[in-house]
Design a protein around this ligand. Structure first.
Ligand code: ADP
Ligand code: MG
Length: 229
């Protein structure tokens, strides 16, 4: 399915989303407020204070993640697209996700054809790939291998992100990209939606194949840019 997201359409999505974002932020705020009220009472034991404080911080972090993810979608982008060299894009991506991967015993393998270029917004593309690779890493709680591949096919640049993690059911795959759909304790359920929109904005396509307990592969296809030297 190739389709451009037009400005008015994007605005509609934004305002629709704003309402649910407000709702999702209100929840952790209410919880945090409740804990603060309890903490304010003199007779709270030291151990309970610690627990409540940790919970308040967790709720605030959650609200913050939601705001960050939403803003990355809502942030206006320049009308003109820049030429992006995939190898430098991947280098920047690696700098961002490597620490997260090694912390979780995930090895990253990279295999890219040279000379791959696309049109896009560098920051948005990084955001898109961070969201997908982060999910891949999180899908492997016992560690594993994340494979990133890039090649050219029929005038398009194909980027593949494989993990050998928990995988998804058909029902889960159908929910992907729905705002706030998350199976994670601290998930925001905004990452995939943001990634899908970024790719669609570039006349790209994104597909997913997944098998429960085997792993998942996201495949992104974007028009290739011909660079003459
Ligand atoms: P979040 O990561 O905050 O939960 P996302 O929008 O990034 O939100 O992802 C939504 C859901 O999609 C995840 O909670 C997870 O259930 C599922 N998902 C995404 N990527 C993968 C993957 N590589 N393997 C397994 N499940 C995934
Ligand atoms: Mg995510």
């Amino acid at each position: 399915i190739r389709r451009e997201l037009h400005r008015t359409e994007k605005l509609a999505v934004l305002s629709e989303l704003a309402a649910s974002v407000a709702h999702e932020i209100r929840n952790p705020m209410t919880v945090a407020r409740g804990f603060m009220q309890v903490l304010n009472q003199a007779q709270v034991s030291e151990s309970k204070k610690q627990i409540y404080t940790a919970m308040v911080i967790e709720e605030i972090d959650r609200a913050q993640s939601i705001i960050n993810d939403y803003l990355s979608f809502a942030k206006p982008q320049a009308e003109t697209l820049e030429s992006i060299d995939i190898s430098s894009l991947i280098q920047k991506l690696m700098n961002l996700i490597s620490p997260y991967a090694s912390l979780r015993d995930v090895q990253i393998k990279v295999q890219f054809e040279p000379g791959l270029w696309i049109h896009g917004h560098l920051e948005k593309m990084i955001q898109c790939l961070v969201n997908i690779t982060k999910n891949g890493i999180e899908a492997m709680p016992k560690g594993g291998t994340l494979q990133l591949r890039g090649y050219r096919q029929n005038g398009r640049v194909i980027l593949e992100i494989h993990d050998d993690g928990v995988g998804m059911t058909h029902e889960q795959i159908d929910q992907l990209g729905t705002p706030f759909y998350s199976t994670k304790h601290k998930g925001t359920g905004l990452g995939m939606m943001v990634s899908y929109r970024i790719i669609k904005n570039l006349s790209g396509e994104i597909s997913v194949t997944s098998q429960l307990n085997k792993g998942t592969c996201f495949k992104i296809s974007l028009p290739a840019v011909v660079i003459r030297s």
